[in-house]
Design a protein around this ligand. Sequence first.
Ligand code: UDP
Ligand code: MG
Length: 333
Amino acid sequence: MINQPILTIVVPCYNEEEVFQATYKQLREVMLHLITECHIHPESKILFVDDGSKDSTWQLIETVYKQDDLINGLKLSRNFGHQRALLAGLEKANTYSDCIISIDADLQDDIDVIKEFVLKYLEGYDIVYGVRESRKTDSFFKRTTAIGFYRIMEKLGLPLIYNHADYRLLSKRAVETLLQFKEVNLFLRGIVPLVGFKSTKVFYDRKERLAGESKYPFKKMISFAFDGLTSFSVKPIRFITILGFLSAVVSVIAGIYVFIEKLLSHPVSGWASIMISLWFIGGLLLMSIGLIGEYIGKIYEEVKQRPRYIIDQSLLHEIHTQQDLEQKQKVLN
Ligand code: UDP
Ligand code: MG
């Protein structure tokens, strides 16, 4: 009895009213199974984090919280983005849980492997990564851009787990360690592997979104990828330096060419080539400045040390652990 861990499943939700009921029912089912099979503590919870939704998501969370002891809710003061909503959930849940699983509200990730996550945890793993076996159900566009993203990240030397999104189990101490990473620019997928500890992977098939639309349109995806890139690697800056060096070499060669032309007293014929290189160098410069600016912006944000999320309301059921009960018993005696 004592060895059963308290599990919390953290579910960030942004405008998810269309899928909420289905998600709630399915996750609840899984939880109840795990509890009756004695894999997890009966006080385990599902924590829905409302990331400043504009629809009725929070009202739905409140309603199920009132009806169901299994459900906790957290409301952020505004929309902070998936990563921060998740972080808020992790931090809150870690105050009372032994292990935490994070999953998207649309249940694109197979909930049947939650049990495997827990079993791995019970075997002594601190981090269990859910890894997509195939991307059949993603659109062609999403699939290719995602694969490209992992390729680029790999080239840049980032320790990303291939085809792993934010579906994973973390032990209490893994979350505690994660929370010591204080950067405002969060990219959990990049940070979690840096935590270390004993980790493993569980494979599953990714499904279609239950309902509603992807909250990651193209623009957000690009900025997410770019954020991930510049948060973890200075290699892009190095690349720019090399490019600058190369273009300098090219211009020296061009200079020599012009000089020789002059010695041979050919008529000046280089207007076009001069214009081209002018634009080329100009473009290169602007690009370099932009990129360096991007990093300075990052530093600026980090230096300000703003809170990563703000909690508006938290609905948490009181947890009665075995220890609590024993403590109470002692006080009574
Ligand atoms: N999400 C969030 N805040 C946001 C955007 C998304 O909390 O600003 C949540 C969303 O509710 C979902 C998860 O993050 O649970 C992943 O979003 P989505 O399924 O739209 O992304 P995709 O699977 O298309 O990458
Ligand atoms: Mg999704």
